[in-house]
Design a protein around this ligand. Structure first.
Ligand SMILES: C[S@@+](CC[C@H](N)C(=O)[O-])C[C@H]1O[C@@H](n2cnc3c(N)ncnc32)[C@H](O)[C@@H]1O
Length: 504
């Protein structure tokens, strides 16, 4: 069963969304804006026409086919606005206008801008108050029903208490606690004992720790089952969200002093701002964090197959246009593509040669291929690991596939929830802060990129860098008996079949 973590339920107090507007007015005004309308139409309707032009010659506008001119009735000149990065606009209180940004900077700003970004709207990660006793449940349906009830209660509570829109997520860490954390702990301890014990400490870094549940479960496991290892354990959290960092320390505070883990250090910063060298051998964890790492968009010229990188142009009204320029001016995109060239990966887009030839024969046919979303920030993360954590062992888990994604290779899911209904979009160019934008990860490609960046070796036979399915990992390290229901069904194995692990 494939699950998406996000927004299974979202509580949005209708009357209190902004200071000046009611939610209804706000949503209506959004619906009336072209940029919102565009998200409900197809990508062909959305993108700009062949007749659109830009006032500078270094960029081209994609033409998607014969029908473009009928959906875009005016010749539109796209002015040459100043180019900015997500960092340049981080201090703005409102999303930028009259600006151009690389698509990854645009997405980064939508998600992480400290003032209006999606994450600053105080995302809440669902955490059931009690751990489930799976052996007492009849089957996975009973588990689902129980979850549904708990969500409803949470929605109600949040409606009463909070003054802002809240997104409630659910993750395997939370749904299967403490068993999921125990499985990760069992894997780490067995590897640690094999390679480092008793000479070195067990040092763990977790980025993006959410409520702190995984940390608590991992440390509880080690204290209970491996007391001699526990004495030598250090646990560090790297968390971008101030609110969640606070929550992570509170998860300790509510416990009796004797139950608290004193080996924990919480560092409130983004992994992309990390600047401390950690020469120790350590485990580095990231569970459901990399899916929000911003991507760039590239398309290839149909005739020459040269890659072009996308820019989002935002006009004075806040409407978006997508433009393309030759790859080369952005060092990160160039590094990513050069490294990817050394792997066995070939973009599925480039294998459609016959189809591209046919398209070129069409009058007023498209001038570019379909888009490809490339994980440039994930690549930057690998470079960060290599530079600052040279002796790490990585444990990453995330979505390998996502339904209802934006068109293109590895396209994201872009969605929000309004009045109990999911609003999915067909573009990533949406009103910043209102939408979750999250990407699937090609774990097989990630493995090859990891080997090149962090191990300096070509892809292939290195057996110590593995991709496992969620099920494989849980079967190997999880407590199957304690997570099986009376009917014999095991929700921890059945759910999240669209998730994978990279372990190194
Ligand atoms: C979907 S939650 C997952 C939380 C937890 N790992 C779990 O599985 O329940 C994503 C977490 O990553 C954090 N995060 C996102 N981007 C980050 C970054 N660049 N650096 C550090 N933390 C980040 C978020 O604040 C949040 O805590």
């Amino acid at each position: 069963m494939a699950l998406q973590r996000r927004l299974l339920f979202q509580a949005r107090p209708i009357h209190l969304l902004t200071k000046h507007n009611s939610t209804q007015l706000r949503l209506r005004s959004l619906l009336l804006q072209r940029r919102w309308l565009s998200v409900t139409t197809t990508i062909q309707q959305r993108q700009k026409t062949s007749s659109s032009s830009s006032s500078d010659s270094s960029v081209i506008t994609p033409r998607n086919g014969l029908l473009d001119p009928f959906f875009n009735d005016q010749q539109k000149v796209i002015p040459q606005y100043p180019r900015k990065t997500a960092e340049d606009v981080a201090s703005l209180k409102m999303p930028p206008t009259r600006t151009r940004m690389l698509s990854r900077d645009f997405i980064d700003d939508c998600l992480y801008n400290p003032n209006y970004g999606y994450f600053s709207k105080q995302a809440v990660i669902f955490s059931p108050e009690m751990d489930f006793d799976f052996t007492e449940l009849q089957d996975h349906l009973e588990f689902m029903n129980l979850l549904g009830k708990m969500y409803k209660d949470i929605e109600g509570e949040i409606d009463e208490v909070d003054e802002v829109a809240r997104q409630v997520w659910h993750t395997p860490t939370e749904l299967f606690k403490p068993w999921y954390g125990y499985a990760v702990a069992k894997y780490m301890v067995s590897e640690y004992k094999l390679n480092l014990y008793p000479h070195k400490d067990l040092i763990i870094y977790e980025m993006g720790a959410g409520n702190g549940t995984l940390m608590m479960n991992i440390l509880d496991y080690i204290r209970k089952y491996e007391p001699s290892v526990y004495k030598r354990t250090q646990y560090n959290i790297i968390e971008i969200s101030g609110k969640l960092a606070e929550r992570q320390s509170e998860s300790q505070d509510v416990r009796d002093v004797t139950e608290q883990h004193t080996c924990v250090k919480i560092i409130n910063k983004s992994i992309f701002d990390w600047d401390i060298h950690v020469p120790d051998e350590c485990f580095f964890l990231g569970m459901e964090v990399i899916d929000n790492f911003a991507h760039d968009v590239i398309r290839y010229d149909l005739e020459t197959l040269q890659p072009y990188q996308a820019l989002v142009s935002i006009d004075d009204k806040g409407d978006y246009s997508e433009l393309y320029e030759s790859v080369g001016s952005d060092a990160l995109i160039s590094r990513y593509l050069a490294t990817r060239k050394q792997t066995r990966y070939r973009s599925p887009i480039l294998s459609r040669q016959l189809w591209h030839k046919l398209l070129q024969l069409m009058p007023l046919g498209p001038n570019m291929t379909q888009p490809e979303f490339i994980p440039t920030k994930l690549f930057l993360f690998l470079e960060t690991l290599k530079r600052h954590f040279p002796n790490h062992r990585l444990i990453l888990s995330d979505f390998s596939e996502l339904p209802d994604a934006v068109e293109g290779v590895d396209g994201p899911v872009v969605q929000t929830r309004y009045r109990g209904t999911m609003v999915p979009c067909s573009t990533y160019m949406v009103q910043p802060g209102w939408f979750d934008i999250f990407f699937p990860t090609n774990f097989e490609l990630l493995r090859e990129m990891y080997l090149l960046v962090c191990r300096g070796t070509r892809a292939g036979s290195d057996k110590s860098v593995k991709v496992l399915t969620h099920r494989d990992f849980c079967e190997r390290y999880g407590d199957i008996e304690r997570t099986t229901t009376r009917s014999g069904e095991n929700p921890m194995l059945m759910y999240y079949e669209n998730m994978k692990f990279l372990i190194t």
